[in-house]
Ligand binder design. Structure first.
Ligand SMILES: Cc1ncc(COP(=O)(O)O)c(C=O)c1O
Length: 364
């Protein structure tokens, strides 16, 4: 298993301070609402959480149904989801694993988050890989062509490592077909808030299609990977119940409950984050394009940028950056990519400039 964010091996365990461009976490840090209410979490430690997590489900429902208000697009509260539509997990990773384990066969789009493949292999699920096209966009024709051979698809929106999103119009016929044929579509929206356009999400389609299963987390946008909280949403109650049967009781701890209660309504944090990502995404993309070592910068809607290198491979660039206190994500272990690919997280201007300075000075 290899992920971004192994700052332990090279940094923390050696007592070194590194700037981590390998893991994609909102640089605005832990939302204030969580810090201000920590005491409530401490008081809750001495009792077991509610086995049914009723408050937590209500908080998630509020978040999804008030997406337009929270993301600054009007004052309309919607009825997109109900409390029973959620399944709760120790990070999105638990939900991904649980969901994949329930199928005999699955389509994985490549390259994509490595856990999809690892989880499918672990559970003996047959895997059908469908590649992104040259520009790292979804190949809807190839997806449709291979649909007959699987029970489910897992697809990122935005996808990791490139940040591409699903074109709803082109994807809708695939959803319709899955709906008719009883197949499931798992849409991993762990990074969706960073797109800044909430209509990119498939939460609007959940009610109409039982085949949809959306995965979300507070990990990336709310900068809380250490809290470990993710969730799945679907209007197929039977499927949700089937997954729940495989879970351990009390899998969500008191601090994750606290986080959900306070950070998902932090409009100030959401607003600042959207403003930051819009500016820094364009800035870093533009500056990376100017560098001699970059052959191609792929279009992204996430908080990370996939690049194809020229005249240098990812191992050398990794070592070179590490010597200068920066960790980058080598992408050679993504299916379909090789040593010419790296991914950079988008951080605040100060750190983005530090990265650019290091990359500018390399002698090739
Ligand atoms: C696309 C994608 N989904 C899910 C996850 C896992 O998220 P969590 O830390 O909430 O388990 C990651 C983590 O890198 C990811 O890249």
């Amino acid at each position: 298993m290899q992920h971004g964010g192994d700052v332990y091996t090279e940094g923390i365990l050696k007592g070194k301070e590194l700037i981590d461009f390998s893991s994609n976490i909102n640089p605005l840090g832990v939302p204030k609402g969580f810090i201000d209410n920590l005491n409530e979490g401490i008081l809750n430690i001495t009792r077991y959480p509610d086995l049914q997590y009723r408050q937590l489900r209500a908080d998630l429902k509020e978040y999804i149904n008030n997406v337009e208000i929270l993301f600054g697009d009007g004052d309309r509260s919607l009825e997109l989801v109900h409390e029973e539509d959620f399944i709760l997990g120790n990070g999105a990773a638990e939900i991904i694993d649980l969901t994949i384990s329930s199928f005999k066969s699955i389509m994985i789009i490549t390259p994509s988050f490595g856990e999809y493949y690892e989880s499918a292999e672990k559970w003996g699920v047959d895997i059908v890989c469908v590649s992104l096209n040259e520009d790292m966009e979804y190949d809807y024709e190839a997806i449709a062509k291979n649909l007959h051979s699987v029970e489910a698809i897992i697809i990122g929106n935005p996808n990791n490592p490139n940040g591409g999103i699903i074109d709803k119009e082109k994807f809708l016929p695939i959803i319709e077909r899955c709906e008719k044929e009883g197949k499931k579509i798992i849409i991993d929206e762990a990074f969706v808030e960073f797109t800044g356009k909430h209509k990119d999400s498939f939460i609007y389609q959940l009610k109409d299609y039982k085949s949809l299963f959306i995965i979300r987390a507070i990990t990336k946008f709310y900068a809380m990977p250490g809290i470990r909280f993710g969730y799945g949403i679907s209007s197929d109650g039977e499927f949700i119940d089937k997954l729940k049967e495989k879970q351990n009781p009390w899998n969500i701890n008191a601090f994750a409950e606290l986080a959900v209660k306070y950070v998902l309504k932090d409009r100030n944090y959401i607003n600042k984050s959207i403003k930051w990502i819009k500016v820094e995404r364009e800035y870093l993309k533009g500056e990376l394009k100017k560098l001699d070592i970059i052959e191609k910068v792929f279009d992204t809607h996430g908080n990370y940028i996939l690049c194809k290198l020229k005249n240098i491979d990812c191992d050398r660039l990794y070592e070179y950056s590490l010597e200068r206190g920066i960790v980058i994500r080598k992408c050679n272990n993504y299916i379909g990519l090789n040593k010419s690919y790296v991914r950079f997280a988008i951080k605040d201007r100060l750190n983005n400039d530090k990265l650019l300075q290091v990359l500018k000075k390399i002698n090739i």
